[in-house]
Design a protein around this ligand. Structure first.
Ligand code: AMP
Ligand code: FES
Ligand code: ZN
Length: 301
């Protein structure tokens, strides 16, 4: 198998792009795909300050590296969830990575906020992952706001996005369908949220991470019950194998033709947001925000 660009020996075959690449050409191809994804939906402009949320997994580390190599002004943000050695390892991976690549890193410690996840889990009578997700999103946005970042970027890739889109479609969840996409613009106290890896698959990102020597010592959260959307992801693997290119066509088709059909109606319904009387975070609850409620529950008041 020969590289489509330079005719050297190819190490990766990408039927969805009718191409095969050698290592150097694949790195160029991957970074061009990310740039194309950024330009297509105007995610960020050069000069804007981007905060990249780093879990310690290869996707978010690849995100930080590719943004930095494409010339964007990027800083890492790691939320230390306080889950014993699992969190210690994830944090150490982020610290080593940012040091190696000369990128600044901000670490928010949930222990210090009274929100160490094991403590929250003990006190809350509902699945920890949804509370944990809420806490992470809260600190993503608060940190971006407080420190003057223009955008908050996460490492979601094309496989994450189509699995979520399929899940939303199976439930015909119009509100979620009207919101899904690579960009959620700045809105009433929420910083712009972007997913610059939306055009690249998990497989492509794993190859990029391997070729760029990205550390792979990350262990999944001990409370996780398995990969999110694992059934939908495996259905999509079969579909893509039978019909190369389906994933990106389906997702782009949704953004161009599907999403606008849901947006018109849903936009009119806009929920009213007010600042939380306790911490100032925008909330539609009519009372204190969700994270302040979790803090109250954890402190036993
Ligand atoms: P997940 O929901 O675990 O697949 O994570 C999705 C994205 O959220 C990752 O690609 C990261 O950008 C971000 N993320 C997840 N966990 C953390 C964390 N502890 N600190 C900072 N960012 C995170
Ligand atoms: Fe949040 Fe596991 S409960 S990462
Ligand atoms: Zn609050």
């Amino acid at each position: 198998m020969k590289c489509t660009r330079c005719k050297a020996t190819a190490i990766i075959d990408l039927p969805s792009h009718n191409s095969a690449f050698c290592p150097e050409c694949f790195i160029k191809f991957f970074e061009k795909q990310v740039q194309k994804g950024i330009d297509q939906h105007k995610l960020i402009e050069k000069g804007e300050k981007v905060l990249a949320a780093l879990s310690g997994g290869k996707d978010s580390l690849a995100l930080l590296l590719v943004l930095s190599r494409l010339g964007y002004d990027v800083t890492g943000l790691h939320i230390d969830l306080g889950i014993g050695t699992s969190s210690e390892k994830a944090r150490a991976v982020c610290e080593r990575f940012c040091k190696k690549h000369g990128v600044p890193l901000i670490v928010k410690e949930m222990e210090k906020e009274g929100l160490a996840i094991p403590k929250v889990k003990e006190r809350l009578n509902r699945p920890i992952c949804s509370a944990c997700g809420k806490i992470k999103r809260y600190y993503f946005n608060q940190t971006a706001r407080e420190l003057g970042f223009d955008a908050l970027a996460t490492g979601h890739n094309l496989d994450d996005e189509i699995a979520r889109l399929t899940s939303n479609t199976l439930r015909w969840d119009r509100a979620y369908l009207s919101d899904q996409g690579p960009i959620l613009p700045d809105d009433e106290g929420f910083r712009k949220k972007i997913k610059p890896l939306w055009r690249v698959t998990e497989y492509e990102t794993a190859h990029y991470a391997f070729l760029m020597d990205i550390e792979n010592h990350y262990a999944p959260c001990p409370y996780s019950t398995g990969a999110t959307f694992s059934v939908l992801k495996s259905v999509w693997t079969d579909l893509e194998l039978a019909m190369p290119g389906r994933k990106i066509d389906f997702y782009q088709g949704f953004l161009e033709r599907g999403k606008p059909a849901f947006t018109v109606e849903e936009e009119k319904k806009g929920k009213e947001l007010r600042p939380c009387p306790n911490c100032g975070y925008p909330t539609s609850s009519g009372d204190i925000c969700g994270v302040c409620r979790i803090k109250l529950a954890v402190s036993g008041q």
